[in-house]
Ligand binder design. Structure first.
Ligand code: DQA
Length: 148
């Protein structure tokens, strides 16, 4: 099973960016712990981070030819604006789970709307980095069930 983790704009700054919202751990430490969790599940995991909407759309589009079975995506600020990322997720028809480190419903009004969640299997927010692990478990269970 192959899972891709996509992180959107400014998430490479994790660790120093608003630690009161996003914690003090880095993107590298997130990727390391996800690699360990994926290894325990026997899942092949890969990572992509970009600050550019088009690059994220392009990366999602390549998932079919690469045989990716599931996508974990934190579109960051593009969550609230990007029809293009919504359409890319919808077009590839690969199960995706949207993750937000912070609770987007507890913050500014503009963060409550997500353009991308409706193209996903489900979404998790407000649980910090743990949300990515939950997303991995959820995708793993979903894909196994569908494969049966
Ligand atoms: C975020 C929430 C978004 O509103 C914000 O723009 C981000 C991070 C989160 O993980 O909590 O960049 O996606």
């Amino acid at each position: 099973m192959k899972i891709l983790v996509v992180n959107g704009p400014n998430l490479k700054l994790l660790g120093t960016r608003c630690p009161e919202l996003y914690g003090s751990e880095t993107l590298k430490s997130l990727e390391e712990s996800m690699t360990r969790r994926a290894g325990a599940l026997g899942v092949e995991i890969s990572f992509f981070q970009s600050d550019c909407e088009g690059a994220i759309v392009e990366r999602i589009g390549r998932c079919i030819s690469e045989g990716i079975d599931g996508i974990i995506i934190n579109p960051a600020a593009y969550t609230h604006t990007s029809i293009a990322i919504h359409d890319a997720l919808e077009a590839v028809r690969i199960p995706a789970v949207e993750v937000h480190i912070s609770n987007i419903h507890k913050r500014e009004e503009f963060r409550r709307r997500t353009m991308t969640a409706s193209a996903c299997l489900g979404s998790i927010c407000g649980l910090g980095f743990f949300g990515y692990e939950l997303a991995l478990d959820a995708l793993f269970n979903h894909i196994k069930k569908v494969e049966k």
